[in-house]
Design a protein around this ligand. Structure first.
Ligand code: C5P
Length: 232
């Protein structure tokens, strides 16, 4: 898989998701399904969207003991998703177990991406709630390196961190980056943002774009614009 735009389908129901995707006649965007939609509709929504021809990033951010994550990953692998994720905070043992669980009998598996520190966690919360006293950037890079050493394919990170992650973990280690906005668009609640063109220049491998596409008056045109700025 090469550089691509992943649409964050942050919808509450199957109906709203299909209504949105029906606008993309003839096109099959790579889509991200998150906790809200998955927990509302269950695994069938993944099977149905796969059957419609979409690539799927299943964003469930697993974090549990290695054995439980391994078994859960085997279930997600059988759903034939293309990419899924976990929290690097679950440790190397959990990440290695996850990879084992994801690997199908024929040796293939979905891409596995780690979440480092959630962007919603402030340095103050890290220190007070988690007793992590190192600087945020150092923590994020350490988690990324541990994920790479565990055999994972990449991390979710800010486009602003993509270059440093590639520097620390190699060019082939994927950076999947949310926080993307058009230069003339609304930032919403995202603070540190980049345009698709900037994300491309800095070396992001995949951009995850939600509201700039889902809330656009013409979502298909907004998606095409993202693709042409980021990929083409
Ligand atoms: O609508 P917007 O483009 O902000 O959506 C970005 C998507 O990426 C959402 O699904 C959000 O949950 C996800 N995300 C993020 N920041 C992170 C990790 C995930 O915005 N650090």
């Amino acid at each position: 898989m090469g550089k691509d735009v992943i649409i964050a389908c942050d919808f509450a129901s199957r109906e709203a998701t299909l209504q949105f995707l029906d606008r993309f006649t003839g096109k099959k965007p790579f889509i991200k399904i998150g906790m809200e939609l998955y927990y509302a509709e269950g695994p069938q929504i993944v099977r149905d969207l796969k059957a419609r021809g979409h690539k799927i990033f299943l964003d469930l951010k697993l974090h549990d003991i290695p054995n439980t994550v391994k078994k859960a990953m085997a279930v997600l692998s059988r759903l034939d998703v293309d990419m899924t994720n976990l929290h690097a905070a679950g440790t190397r043992a959990m990440m290695e177990a996850a990879l084992e669980g994801l690997t199908r009998p024929d040796g293939t598996r979905p891409l596995l991406i780690a979440v480092t520190q959630l962007t919603s966690t402030s340095p103050e919360a890290m220190e007070k709630d988690l007793l992590i006293e190192k600087p945020m950037e150092q923590v994020v890079m350490h988690y990324a390196k541990t994920a790479a050493a565990s055999g994972l394919d990449g991390v979710v990170c800010s486009p602003l961190e993509a270059e440093a992650v590639h520097g620390a973990c190699g060019k082939g280690f994927l950076t999947v980056t949310p926080g993307v906005r058009f230069a003339d668009g609304d930032k919403g609640d995202q603070v540190r943002v980049m345009t698709p063109a900037q994300a491309k220049a800095i070396g992001s491998d995949y951009i995850v774009v939600g509201r700039p596409i889902t809330a656009a008056s013409d979502p298909v045109a907004a998606y095409e614009r993202c693709l042409s700025e980021f990929v083409g």
